[in-house]
Design a protein around this ligand. Structure first.
Ligand code: PSU
Ligand code: MN
Length: 303
């Protein structure tokens, strides 16, 4: 394992001293936002985590190494290379590592590498889920399966309604993954604070999030916990605007016959094009908001 895993000195030291660490994914950098906003945001997220008392660990695959803790130069490299970096899910690891290639880690692989490194809290924007039409396409993100088996808390802003949110919740229930609403009873839908679907539990403080996850670990229950943190009111988008863009993006996806791993990046890019700068700003702000909560929760978990 040590042949493949490379933990930065800063992250190693924090873990050794029992200080809080927050994992961050890299697909959001390479595939989730345009350059240079992607790099600027990744660095701002790291800064926000530090300001809130934790050590950031941006996770990626570089030259066949599983990296827990990237340098600003590595973040710049991934951001500039953009979509040319392979979006790496669980199934991609064996070949990518054997070939010593680069990979942008999704929620799935970020959870895997965080767990290998001993990091328990991970902040991101949105997770993958059950796609609309999955009853025939069987397109279900590996993120859900990873939440079922890997013991990492994932703090996100819910899931975008490019997905079937109802089926996503059903899948998580089947797999025994607790879905928590942070200061809300309703599952947030990424750009908006509301989805019409209920979460399993509402939790109002980082301390109580930490206590629930600590209990899951103590009980020896495998799998993670999904914390959904609504976008701040100030930055949330009009449901009509965002839903229209999502419908248009889905129509184009079907017309073009795009499927498999290209689906999510295509839909995200299309929605962004259709809604211009507003959705990008919302995206950036919700990630920063999740980073703050993750840092505080990681700190509570260390107490
Ligand atoms: N959803 C978002 N933004 C993202 C992703 C999903 O709102 O950036 C990325 C994440 O890395 C997630 C991945 O893990 O896409 C899921 O891809 P797929 O649907 O192909 O499993
Ligand atoms: Mn898929």
């Amino acid at each position: 394992m040590n042949d493949y895993l490379s933990i930065s000195e800063e992250v190693q030291l924090a873990l050794k001293e029992g200080r809080p660490v927050v994992a961050l994914e890299s697909t959001i950098i390479s595939h989730g936002m345009p350059y240079p906003q992607n790099v600027e945001t990744a660095l701002r997220v790291e800064k926000t985590i530090r300001e809130n008392g934790a050590t950031p660990a941006t996770i990626a695959i570089i030259g066949g190494k599983l990296k827990a803790g990237c340098t600003p130069e590595e973040i710049e490299y991934l951001g500039k290379k953009g979509q040319a970096v392979i979006k790496a899910s669980r199934r991609d690891l064996p070949v990518l590592l054997a070939r010593k290639e680069d990979g942008a880690t999704t929620v799935t692989t970020t959870m895997m590498i965080a767990a290998m490194a001993g990091i328990k809290v991970f902040a991101t924007g949105g997770i993958g889920g059950v796609h609309r039409g999955a009853t025939t396409t069987m397109d279900i993100s590996a993120d859900l399966e990873e939440l079922a088996q890997t013991q990492v808390m994932v703090i996100c802003a819910g899931a975008k309604s490019i997905l079937d949110l109802g089926l996503t919740l059903e899948y998580l229930e089947t797999k025994g993954v607790p879905v928590i609403g942070y200061q809300t009873e309703e599952l947030p839908a990424f750009y908006t604070r509301r989805s019409g679907f209920k979460v399993d539990y509402r939790i109002d403080s980082p301390e109580e999030l930490a206590a629930a996850f600590r209990t899951k670990i103590d009980l020896g229950l495998r799998g993670g916990m999904l914390v959904t943190n609504p976008i701040p009111e100030k930055y949330s988008m009009q449901p009509e605007v965002i839903n229209k863009a999502i419908e248009e993006a889905l129509n184009e996806l079907n017309e073009k016959g795009i499927h498999g791993k290209q689906c999510t990046p295509f839909l995200l890019a299309k929605v962004k094009d259709l809604t211009g700068g507003e959705s990008l700003e919302a995206n950036i702000e919700l990630v920063l908001n999740n980073a703050r909560l993750a840092a505080k929760t990681a700190a509570a978990l260390c107490k």
